[in-house]
Each structure stands twice: as structure tokens, then as C-alpha cells.
Design a protein around this ligand. Sequence first.
Ligand SMILES: Nc1ncnc2c1ncn2[C@@H]1O[C@H](COP(=O)(O)OP(=O)(O)OP(=O)(O)O)[C@@H](O)[C@H]1O
Length: 474
Amino acid sequence: MSVSSEVQASDDSLPHKLNSKTSFLGLKLYFVIGILLLCAIAVFLVIFIYISLNKKYRKRKMRVKHSSGLIPLVSKEIVEIKSLNREVNYEKAEVKISNADLKEPEVEVEIKGGKRSGESEVSGGSRSDVSVDPENIGWGRWYSLKELEMATRGFAVENVIGEGGYGIVYRGILQDGSVVAVKNLLNNKGQAEKEFKVEVEAIGKVRHKNLVGLIGCCAEGAQRMLVYEYVDNGNLEQWLHGDVGSVSPLTWDIRMRIAIGTAKGLSYLHEGLEPKVVHRDVKSSNILLDRKWNPKVSDFGLAKLLGSEASYVTTRVMGTFGYVSPEYASTGMLSEGSDVYSFGVLLMEIITGRSPIDYSRPAGEMNLVDWFKGMVASRRGEELVDPLIEVQPPPRGLKRALLVCLRCIDLDINKRPKMGQIVHMLEADDFPFRSEIRSAREKDPIPSGADASTETEHTSKNGGVGDIDKSRWR
Ligand SMILES: Nc1ncnc2c1ncn2[C@@H]1O[C@H](COP(=O)(O)OP(=O)(O)OP(=O)(O)O)[C@@H](O)[C@H]1O
């Protein structure tokens, strides 16, 4: 046989061989080779993805570990959890801080006894142990779905506390006996997951006595859950608008304490964090209450972190009808001023016991803000007070609260006070009477021997509620 005919024979034999059937399921050789090649590529890709994800995960972990240091301790009421250190003994630690600036002489911050809720039993770990523990996320803990299923008895109906726009909230008891609220976010991958991440990152490290603490989260498959401290006395909406009988347990003083606590929580979000956090859904159902009527602002699912810019344009307006500021509703321009507006509406609701929008009322009273402004303008401030409040508020206190409402809902966002100022305005005994005192002193100096309290009392007696002129207290 010639060389050329040999080559011809071998050329012919390769396709022939490739085309021949193998013993594996009788598949042709080229098909089997193709499958093997595909498998090899798939294995390579899986290894590649695993390595890069692992790298990212480690980087993220490092960020979480160090970022808690970004939060400035601006308020003495705040406990920032710098890092979850398993060496820390969480045995009843009480921090007592006397705070002369605030009217409360002592603020007690208590880290609940034993280990932090939900923390797994690990003995004698060190900081380096913490950094490699995938459950530890710097401020709280990742929970497994199974743990939360057990805590809520399989998300049983009888453990449902309520349902909001973002999912169902369950009461749960963790293995260590601590009671938590588990918010099972709607299984809507796009938005819910985004909100979830925002909420987790923005709120996880924040601790303030007037903010509901986020103590962990769960992300398994499509499931997204947030685990909060449980606040055991319902929400403000229920107490203001629920059936409480002919006399509301919320006296004027309790209502003002709720308003002040809420303002403190919001002021921390706005002024105590960098970057600041705008809540975006301040409303009565998001103010949870404990048995002593201490308010805790909840539901940061709508919160977005703001950068250094003064305001921020968002693509979709979120919030609740009746509470949303006009500029946010019309332009989507978001700033802490929008929260201030909503707080103003909330304060009106607290004073009057009326919902922001109530279609069951006569036409002129359906919109709380319009009705409220009209009543103040016609010097009928006393009539604004919730008829379920048995003991009428002192005129000075009422005047102060009405004035704060009006300032918060100023159409000019720049004229609205900051939340921190609102705290001072609501707390200060001499607001808004300082200017009155000054002008009274100028006109008619206080007789010698009269002390400041007499002076204030004197002013108070003359200061009715009907004569609010908010331009005087800008
Ligand atoms: N940490 C918590 N402790 C106790 N109850 C809670 C807690 N968080 C939420 N709840 C209750 O669960 C219910 C649902 O709350 P959620 O925040 O999901 O919705 P919402 O505030 O009613 O409505 P939206 O989603 O429109 O803000 C409410 O009754 C609320 O009081």
C-alpha cells in the first residue's frame, strides 16, 4: 500500500471511529466526548464561582467587622454594639448615665441578662473565632430557617402578630427563651430583597432606646426574614383608634412622652448616624409601645441610607397616605424634612385621636391637617384635644404641642425644624414662652423678689391656646 493510500485510510478511520457507537448507552463517540467536555467546563465554572464568591464573602465580612466604628456615639442613650465578642460576658450589665441636658435625670441602658438572644452556645471563643463564624454578622446573627420555624412553631397562625405591606410578623420564642418578632418578608425577590438588605445594613448596628432593635436576620433560598426585639404592648395606632372605651388610657402626659420618645428615635436616625437614615414611613402603626408606654419606632423596611447630599431623589414614592409630605409626594425629593412633616401629622393624630384621613367624617374634617390648621386659625385649639382624654392638658403644654405640629408641616421644607429641635421644643417648659417673657420683661419688668418660676407661671396664665402666632417662634 502506498503512503498516500495509508493516510487516506487513517483519515477515513477518524470520523469513522467518532461516528462509531460506544458501549455507554450505545451513544456515538463524538457525543460522549462532547458531554465529557461540557462536564469539565461546568466543573471549572463551579470552582471559579466558588472561589470568587468566597473572596467576596470574606471581604464583606471584614467590612461588617470594621464598619461599626463609623457610628458616632452622639447620644448618651445609645449603645452601639461594636462587635459581637464571644468573650463578652452578657451577664446583666447595667450602664447608668446621668444626663443633665435631658430632663430625665438618669437613663438606664440594660443589656439583657445571659447571652444575647439567639446566640449559639460557643465557649471561650476569641475575636478571631468570631471573624470566621459565618453566623456572626458583626451586630447580630444570621438565623437558620429551621431555628425560626421552631421559634414560631412552624409560622403558626396563632403566632401571627399582624401583617404589613412587607410581610407577616410572627411572635417567636428562641431556644434561649427570649421572645422576638419575626418579620417574614414577602417572597417578592426583586424589591423585598432590596428592602431587606437596606434594612439589615442600615439598622442592624443601631441601638437606641426609642428604636426597635434588629437582632438578626435569615436569608435562605428565597426566604428573607428579620428578627426584631419583641415590643409587647401593641402599636400607637391600636391605642389611638382601637376600642379603648370612653376614657383613653393614653393621658395627655403619656401622649407627650410618646411624642418626645418618637422624636428622639427619629432624631438619632437623622442626626446621630453617618450616613443618616430617613425613615420614610413615620406613622402611628410604626410606633410600638412597651408596658410603660415607652415608644419604639419600628419598620425600617422603607429606610434608605442617605449619602452626603442634602436630599435624594427616589424613583418611587413610598410612605403612607395622609402622612407623606407634599414635596415628597409630588417630586420624590427625599430628605429628613419629609420625616419631620410625617411626624407633624403623627403629633396631630396623638393630640386629636383622629386618623390623618378619615372618610367617615364630614367633608371639612376628613383631612386631619386641613381641619387642624383651620381650627388653630380660628382660635379653637382647645377643641382639637381628643375627647377620650379625661384630664385636659395644661394650656401651655397644649399650645406648645400645637405649635410644633404647625412648624413640622410648613410647606417650606427649610422652615421645618430638625427632629433634635423638636425634642427640645416639646420638652422645654419655656418653649414658646421665652420670647413672651422677654417682651413682657421689656414692657413690664418683673417686680423684684419674683423668681423665674413665678415668671413662667405668670406667662402661662396669660398664654391661652387660641393666640398661636407661629411666626414669633421661628
Ligand atoms: N418588634 C415587634 N414587636 C411586636 N410587634 C411588632 C413588632 N414589629 C411589628 N409588630 C406588629 O406587627 C404588625 C405588622 O407590622 P408591620 O410593621 O409589618 O406593618 P404595619 O406597620 O402595620 O404596616 P406597613 O407595612 O404598611 O408599615 C403590627 O401590628 C405591628 O405592631
